[in-house]
Design a protein around this ligand. Structure first.
Ligand code: TRH
Length: 361
């Protein structure tokens, strides 16, 4: 099938990150994809090699009314980004494309209720068409998570020591390795002060590097390493998504954020701290807790509570708890969780199956 994936880059990198991973995964399974994106610039580092079969097209601010682009078999609008009117008008044909709205990831209960619901379009150029909501998620009654068929085999064969030496810097035998990818204003200076064991802190470019730099006496540039007490800080360059996965596999603890890095940290199966995307109305606190409840269900209650306090502190929702980063017991939670996720079909498999049912309905 030919898929048209629409992506609007609102902020940060996750919108495009998710759309790119989905597009590449679809192509790997024999589909054809046109990815329409209003700002493809981050693909230069996220996917420098591109992906044969994924055609990247500019989504211009004004889609030409005279455009002759014929919609494919499936139209995916990521995160309710509203494909252009002139394109939607062309979807009006006897057998219209299956129109999917791929939603944001959440562990909240409404996801199971809303997944695969249909929304009839009543007005505008799309009047009469149907749009289907597709929700990623963590339970079998959701659309699941992106997981390429080769992801876990690659992770199992991975050589962490060689990768770190080649792409970052080799850790000392005594050091734990921690990656840092976060939003402003994560309490980075408190984190640095909290680290009471020798640590190699691998800091991603952008906000994380800026926040770390604000605590260091001298600025650190990409690919430099500097010591600060028990911590050796190493500034990373932008990695491709593939190498970013490898970074997460290499660490003992990953600080991740948003949506895609958060999911990839779950596939890494090691302890993580999630910086959730902050929303003005504060609803992110409920989303954070909804995930924590699922993630720590069945865990030792004291360990679960310590994790909750740490994640709350990291997200500005609570004070710094004593021993915030005493992560003993977290590895078991991460690995039990990863095993439970593997049991559900991945998002691309589910999306392909769903689209087939809609095409034959
Ligand atoms: O960048 P993000 O914060 O993106 C977001 C926002 O929360 C946004 O509001 C939301 O709409 C969207 O997610 C879904 O965090 P995220 O989701 O983790 O995306 C980062 C992407 O960047 C992810 O695909 C991994 C990739 N990445 C690399 O490929 N290389 C790198 O070196 C780094 C640091 C990230």
């Amino acid at each position: 099938m030919l898929w048209d994936v629409f992506c609007r880059v609102i902020d940060n990198h996750g919108d495009l990150g998710v759309c790119w991973r989905l597009s590449a995964d679809l192509v790997a399974r024999g589909e054809q994809v046109r990815l329409w994106v209003d700002d493809a610039s981050a693909l230069r580092w996220m996917a420098p090699q591109g992906c044969p079969g994924v055609e990247v097209h500019e989504w211009p601010e004004a889609w030409p009314a005279e455009s002759t682009v014929e919609p494919g078999d499936v139209v995916v609008e990521a995160f309710g980004c509203n494909p252009p009117d002139a394109f939607v008008a062309r979807m009006q044909r006897p057998c219209p494309p299956v129109w999917i709205n791929l939603e944001y990831l959440s562990a909240e209960d409404y996801v199971e209720r809303s997944h695969q619901l249909m929304s009839p379009v009543f007005s505008g150029v799309g009047a009469g068409l149907k749009k289907w909501f597709f929700y990623p998620g963590f339970t079998t009654r959701t659309g699941g998570l992106l997981r390429e068929p080769d992801l876990l085999p690659r992770r199992a064969d991975f050589d962490r020591v060689a990768w770190l030496a080649r792409h970052a810097t080799a850790p000392l035998p005594s050091e734990q390795v921690v990656s840092l990818f976060c939003y402003r204003p994560a309490p980075v200076s408190e984190l640095l002060a909290q680290l009471s064991t020798p640590t190699l802190l691998l800091v991603t470019p952008g906000i994380a590097t800026e926040l770390v730099n604000a605590t260091l006496p001298a600025q650190i540039q990409a690919e430099q390493t500097r010591s600060s007490g028990l911590v050796r800080v190493h500034a990373l360059p932008h990695f491709s998504q593939r190498e970013f996965d490898a970074l997460l596999w290499s660490c003992d603890v990953n600080f991740v954020r948003g949506e895609d890095s958060f999911v990839r940290a779950q596939w890494a199966g090691v302890p993580m701290v999630w910086n959730i995307y902050p929303q003005d109305d504060g609803v992110h606190a409920g989303k954070l807790d909804a995930f924590l409840r699922r993630y720590t269900a069945g865990a030792n209650p004291a360990t679960a509570e310590a994790m909750r306090r740490c994640w709350h502190w990291w997200n500005g929702l609570g004070a710094l708890p004593a021993g915030a980063l005493a992560t003993s017991g977290w590895r078991e939670i991460a690995s039990t969780w990863q095993q439970s996720l593997v049991r559900q079909p991945d998002l691309t498999t589910q999306l392909l199956a769903f689209v087939q049912t809609r095409r034959t309905a």
